[in-house]
Write a protein that binds this ligand. Structure first.
Ligand code: NAD
Length: 350
């Protein structure tokens, strides 16, 4: 019999809580991967899993990812994640959310939740009715700590992309540098504005035609077919839409020297990091470059320094990428593998 401890995605998680509330029908799993640096923080996903086993795999994998991401963002937080196992009709009731909040509350602040796939801001407000351990609730006003993470994520990606251009192209400015952006959503739009302001030449693609048209008009970007965007002859390709877009097949067709974008889980498989390195393509590990949003949300929750600290933590992203690329160059290991190793050192699991 395979036990939880033998599973391939089990990584010495500190605690895994299986939660049920018969009255509301709640079934959830809260995984705390590491509290070495602080409370285990990470969002709650509401999802219908064909098999309960898939939910366990998801929560184990995602909570470890949060440990790495929070550590590399320089936050005093560990990593955790929760999944609520939805039924086929994705029934979600106020009673269920209240019961989930109570389960989070019982962990006494050792797990801090936030919004993730399948949850809305309203759902998070409902959960905050039964626990204080919720980050990322709405706040008033532009520039405030908290609120929409998109602009903060975009700022970090912009700074990281500039660091990559400096390293690879030995250029301090972006004037005329061709950046191909996959996606024209929240992060991509803010990123495109930063890049356009610095004179970059932009190509963008999105399956949502109205969105891409509006962004192209605003930034002067060329509109490209979504099927072609990753393979353009461009100085930088910036994936800001989907995960798992860098695979054996797509990497062979890339025509760029730099991959620097916001999308989560860009590598289809760990060995795709080596495939990029073998083609001499500089890769900015996704969870390092896209940490601006989590930095903003967490700084609000921790209430440890206000907007200035958010700005400083985001400004540290390019330096961390440089450290990764430097270690990659000296060790021969690809940047994604180096980032994982650094994160493990930070959480005391070298
Ligand atoms: P979003 O939903 O606002 O935008 C995503 C865009 O991608 C949408 O406009 C969608 O139409 C487009 N898209 C979907 N399939 C596409 C395809 N095949 N080709 C081209 N475009 C396609 O999401 P977002 O908040 O901007 O996030 C973008 C990515 O960055 C996601 O992978 C997300 O997980 C990641 N990310 C976002 C944040 C954040 O703060 N929002 C933080 C970290 C990571």
């Amino acid at each position: 019999m395979t036990t939880l401890w033998d599973r391939p995605n089990f990584d010495d998680h500190e605690a895994i809580h299986f939660v049920t509330d018969a009255a509301s029908g709640l079934k959830a799993i809260i995984a705390m991967h590491s509290t070495h640096l602080g409370p285990a923080a990470g969002g709650t996903r509401f999802w219908h899993y064909a098999d309960d086993d898939d939910a366990v795999t998801d929560v184990l994998r995602l909570s470890r990812g949060m440990s790495y991401k929070n550590a590399m963002a320089g936050l005093p937080l560990g990593g955790g994640k929760a999944v609520i196992l939805a039924d086929e009709n994705r029934t979600k009731t106020p009673e269920m959310l209240a019961a989930f909040g109570r389960a989070v509350d019982r962990l006494g602040g050792n797990y801090v939740t936030a919004e993730d796939v399948g949850m809305s801001v309203e759902n998070m407000i409902a959960i905050a009715g039964t626990t204080d351990y919720v980050a990322g609730l709405p706040v008033e006003g532009e520039g405030d700590v908290g609120g929409d993470p998109g602009p903060h994520t975009a700022k970090g990606v912009f700074l990281g992309l500039k660091a990559a251009v400096k390293r690879k192209l030995e250029r301090d400015d972006l004037s005329g540098v061709h950046v191909a952006i996959q996606g024209a959503g929240s992060v991509a739009s803010h990123l495109a504005r930063h890049l356009a302001d610095e004179g970059a030449r932009l190509s963008i693609a999105d399956v949502a035609e109205d969105r891409v048209a509006a962004l192209a008009k605003e930034t002067g970007a060329a509109i490209v077919d979504p099927a072609d965007i990753l393979f353009l002859d461009a100085d930088v390709v910036s994936p800001c839409a989907l995960g798992a877009i860098l695979s054996e097949e797509t990497i062979a067709k890339l025509n760029t020297g730099i991959i620097a974008g916001a999308a989560n889980n860009q590598l289809a498989r760990p060995e795709d990091g080596q495939r990029l390195a073998a083609r001499d393509i500089l890769y900015a590990p996704d969870y390092v470059i896209n940490a601006g949003g989590i930095i903003n949300v967490s700084t609000e929750y921790l209430d440890d320094g206000g907007y200035e600290l958010v700005r400083q933590r985001i400004a540290a992203i390019p330096g961390r990428l440089d450290q990764i690329w430097e270690e990659s160059a000296s060790s021969g290991r690809d940047p994604a593998a180096v980032a994982d190793a650094m994160a493990k050192r930070l959480i005391g699991r070298a």
